[in-house]
Design a protein around this ligand. Structure first.
Ligand SMILES: Nc1ncnc2c1ncn2[C@@H]1O[C@H](COP(=O)(O)OP(=O)(O)OP(=O)(O)O)[C@@H](O)[C@H]1O
Length: 667
C-alpha cells in the first residue's frame, strides 16, 4: 500500500511542474480519498498557506445555541476524557457538523503556529482546511487518525489529530470529537491510545445524549456480557408503549440488521421489537415492570444471537415507582389521583355533563363512540372510562385503525394460527380483539377501517366470537368496544364509506368532546398540565400572570395536545427567573426576541434559543400537515417522508415535537 507521504509527493510533483491534472486511480485509504477530494473536487493547492478561519463571535454564539443540550452532555464527556490526556499535552476539540469547533479544552503548552487552529470557532472542514482530523472524519463518518504528513497543507504537517464522529439520537451526524497534539512521535502507532480513548468517549457522549433525549421512553440496553449491561450497554433501543422502536444508538444501528419481510420499515426505527427479537413483547413488558426476575436474555430474529438485557424506565415512571414496581403503561398516560374521569375537566358545564354521562355508561354493556377534533383527548377519555369501569383490572387494548398498514390490520386484529405465515411471524399470534377480552377494545380512527374489515368486525360484535386467520374454530370473547374518530361517522355512513349497521352497533352512546377553544376550563387544564410537565421535566418555575392570560385567550387549533407541547417547550427554555412573555411561541401572540447567552467556555449553558428555533419549534399548521400526511399514508413513515419530501429522521423529530404518537396497539 502506498503511504500518504508518497501521495503528497505525487501531487506536489505534479503541481510543481505547473499542471493540475485530475488524479485518477482508486483511493487506497481514507486519507488518500480525502486527498483526492481536496485536489480534484475542491481544487485546493497543497502548497498554499492554510490560514485558520475563525468564526465571528455572533455566528459562533448561534452555532452553540443551536446545540445547547448536546453541548452540555459533550462537555461532561470531554472533561472526563481530558483528565486522561491532559499530561500528554493534547487539546480536545468538539466540532459541529460543519467542522467548526464549538467547544475546546486545553491549549498546547508550546507556542507553535500549529496551535493557532486548536481554538474555539476554527473551521476545520475539508473544504477550508484540506485533509485533517475533523474535516476528514466528517466526510468519512468514522474514527480516524490524521497523523502529521497525512495533513494536506504543509502548514499543518506537525499536527496529529484523532477524531471520532458523533451521531445524534436519530442517527444524524452532529459533529466530531477530536484529540489533537502539536508535537507527537513520528510513529503513527503512538496515537493508538488516543484513538481508543476518543472512540470510547465519543460513544459515551452519544449514549448519554441518547438517554437524555429518550428519557421519557423505555430504553432496552443490550450487551453480550451480562455483568456489564447496567454500566455499559453496547446497544440501546428506545421504544414506545406499543413496543415500536423510536430510537437506536450507534451500536444498535451497526449491529442489528433487519430481516427483510413485508410490512417491516427499513432501518430499526418504526419497527416493532418483535421484528428484531424472538422474544414475546409481553415478556419484555413483564421484565420492564419487574415481574419477570432480574435477568432477561433476548435473541435476534435472524441468527439467534443472544444479548443480556436491562430496561431503563421512563423518567415519569421512575418517579412513580422503581422499575421493579408493577406499573401498568396505562398509568403513565392517565394521571390518576382517585377518580380519573373527574380530573379530565374543570368548571366547564358541557364537559362535566359529558363526564357524568361517561361515568354512568362506563360499566354498562353498551359500546361507546367518542367524537372530537384531533388532540381533544379521545384516547385519554376512553382510558379513563375503562379505568372507572368494572373492567378496570382487565386489559385496555388500543388500536389505531389509521395507523396499521392495511395489509397487517386483519392479522393484528384477528390474530393468526402458527404456520399461517412464514418467517418471523410463524409462531402465530393472538389478535388484539381476543386480547381485549374481558377488558376494553379502543378502536381509534375507526372511520379509516377498510370496508371488508368493517364486515368482519360487525360479525365479531354480533356473534361475540373471533376467528383467527388459519383457525378452524372461533374463540369466544367478552368484547366491549369504545370507538373514536375525528371525522363525522354519520357523514361517512351517508357517503357509503362506513357501514350503517356497524355504526349502530358501535354507537350505543356518542360522547362529543369539545374543542379546547370552546372550553370554559382552560385555566384549570393549563394549571394541571403545567404541574405534570414541570414534574416530568423536573423543574420548578414561576409563570407570569400575563403569560397565563395569553394561553387562556389563544384558540388552540391543535387542542390539548398542542397545549401540552407549548407548555413543555416554554418550561424547557425558561431560565430560573421563570416563564415570561418572551418564552411564548410566536403564534400565541408575541413577537419573539432572540434569547442569547454570552459566549465563551465559561458561558452559562442554560437556555439560549434563537428566534428561528422557536418559530420552527411550535408551528401548529406544520404539525397538522404532518398529522394529515401520517394518516393519509397509514403511518408509514417512509411514505410520509416521500410525500412531504423530507427525510425519515425529520418526520420522527417533528412527530416528537408536536407530540404526535404512532398508533397504540397493546400494552
Ligand atoms: N383531559 C386531559 N388532561 C390532560 N391531558 C390531556 C387531556 N386530554 C388530552 N390530553 C393530552 O393531549 C394529548 C392528546 O390526547 P389524545 O391522544 O387522547 O387525543 P385524541 O383526541 O385521541 O387525538 P387524535 O385524534 O389525534 O388521536 C395527549 O398528550 C394527552 O395527554
Amino acid at each position: 500500500m502506498r503511504s500518504p507521504l508518497h501521495h503528497i509527493e505525487t501531487v506536489m510533483g505534479v503541481v510543481a511542474a505547473g499542471t493540475m491534472p485530475v488524479l485518477d486511480g482508486r483511493a487506497e485509504t481514507l486519507i488518500h480519498r480525502s486527498w483526492f477530494r481536496c485536489f480534484n473536487d475542491y481544487g485546493l493547492d497543497p502548497r498554499s498557506t492554510h490560514r485558520t478561519q475563525i468564526e465571528s463571535p455572533v455566528s459562533l454564539r448561534e452555532r452553540r445555541a443551536r446545540r445547547e443540550p448536546y453541548l452540555q452532555v459533550a462537555r461532561s464527556g470531554m472533561e472526563q476524557l481530558y483528565r486522561h490526556v491532559a499530561e500528554l499535552d493534547y487539546t480536545l476539540l468538539l466540532a459541529d457538523a460543519d467542522g467548526v469547533t464549538v467547544d475546546a479544552i486545553g491549549r498546547p503548552s508550546s507556542d507553535s503556529p500549529l496551535a493557532a487552529g486548536l481554538v474555539l470557532g476554527a473551521n476545520w472542514s475539508e473544504l477550508v482546511a484540506g485533509t485533517n482530523g475533523i474535516g476528514t472524519c466528517l466526510a468519512e463518518r468514522r474514527t480516524l487518525t490524521c497523523h502529521r504528513e497525512d495533513h494536506y497543507y504543509t502548514g499543518n504537517l506537525g499536527l496529529s489529530c484523532t477524531a471520532t464522529p458523533l451521531f445524534d439520537p436519530h442517527g444524524e451526524l452532529m459533529g466530531v470529537l477530536d484529540v489533537s497534539a502539536v508535537t507527537s512521535p513520528e510513529a503513527r502507532e503512538s496515537q493508538h491510545l488516543a484513538r481508543h480513548l476518543t472512540s470510547l468517549y465519543g460513544r459515551m457522549i452519544e449514549d448519554a445524549s441518547f438517554m437524555q433525549h429518550f428519557g421519557d421512553r423505555h430504553i432496552l440496553r443490550l450487551s453480550q456480557g451480562s455483568a456489564l449491561v447496567d454500566v455499559h450497554a453496547e446497544l440501546m433501543l428506545a421504544f414506545d408503549n406499543d413496543g415500536l422502536i423510536v430510537g437506536a444508538n450507534t451500536g444498535a444501528r451497526r449491529r442489528l440488521q433487519l430481516v427483510e419481510s413485508a410490512g417491516l420499515a427499513a432501518g430499526l426505527v418504526g419497527n416493532s421489537l418483535t421484528a428484531i427479537f424472538r422474544n414475546r413483547l409481553g415478556d419484555i413488558w413483564k421484565f420492564a415492570r419487574g415481574q419477570q426476575g432480574s435477568d432477561l436474555s433476548v435473541f435476534d430474529t435472524w441468527n439467534g444471537q443472544r444479548y443480556h438485557a436491562a430496561i431503563v424506565v421512563p423518567r415519569t415512571l421512575a418517579t412513580v415507582g422503581t422499575a421493579r414496581t408493577p406499573v401498568t403503561i396505562t398509568q403513565t398516560i392517565v394521571h390518576s389521583d382517585g377518580d380519573t374521569l373527574q380530573t379530565l375537566a374543570g368548571d366547564d358545564a358541557r364537559m362535566r355533563q359529558l363526564l357524568d354521562q361517561s361515568r354512568r355508561l362506563a360499566s354498562k354493556p353498551v359500546n361507546l363512540l367518542i367524537q372530537g377534533e384531533t388532540g381533544t383527548g379521545k384516547e385519554v377519555l376512553a382510558k379513563a372510562i375503562h379505568e372507572s369501569s368494572q373492567r378496570a383490572d382487565k386489559p385496555f387494548v388500543a388500536v389505531n385503525c389509521a395507523a396499521i398498514p392495511e395489509s397487517l390490520i386483519e392479522s393484528e386484529l384477528f390474530g393468526y394460527m402458527p404456520g399461517t405465515f412464514t418467517g418471523a411471524r410463524s409462531r402465530g399470534m393472538t389478535g388484539l380483539i381476543a386480547r381485549s377480552s374481558g377488558g376494553t377494545l379502543f378502536l381509534d380512527e375507526i372511520g379509516d377501517m377498510p370496508l371488508h374489515l368493517q364486515t368482519r368486525l360487525l360479525r365479531v360484535l354480533s356473534e361475540h366470537e373471533v376467528l383467527p386467520l388459519g383457525a378452524e374454530r372461533p374463540l369466544a370473547i367478552d368484547l366491549h368496544v369504545i370507538a373514536a374518530s375525528h371525522r363525522d361517522l354519520r357523514q361517512l355512513v351517508e357517503s357509503g364509506a362506513f357501514r350503517e349497521d356497524l355504526y349502530y352497533r358501535l354507537c350505543g352512546a356518542t360522547l362529543r368532546l369539545s374543542p379546547l377553544r370552546e372550553r370554559q376550563d382552560k385555566a384549570y387544564l393549563i394549571e394541571r398540565l403545567l404541574r405534570e410537565e414541570a414534574a416530568s421535566l423536573d423543574v420548578q418555575l414561576q409563570i407570569e400572570a400575563e403569560v397565563l392570560d395569553r394561553l387562556v385567550c389563544y384558540d388552540w387549533p391543535g387542542n390539548i395536545r398542542q397545549l401540552r407541547q407549548v407548555l413543555r417547550f416554554m418550561l424547557s427554555i425558561a431560565d430560573e427567573r421563570g416563564v415570561r412573555l418572551e418564552h411564548l411561541p410566536e403564534e400565541i401572540g408575541v413577537p419573539v426576541t432572540p434569547v442569547v447567552a454570552p459566549i465563551g467556555l465559561s458561558a452559562p449553558l442554560s437556555a439560549p434559543v434563537t428566534a428561528a428555533m422557536k418559530a420552527e419549534a411550535i408551528l401548529p399548521q406544520e404539525g397538522q400537515r404532518l398529522l394529515d400526511a401520517l394518516r393519509r399514508n397509514r403511518w408509514n413513515i417512509s411514505y410520509v417522508a416521500r410525500d412531504l419530501d423530507l427525510c425519515r429522521a425529520t418526520i420522527y423529530r417533528r412527530m416528537r415535537r408536536y407530540g404526535i404518537v404512532p398508533p397504540t396497539h397493546l400494552h
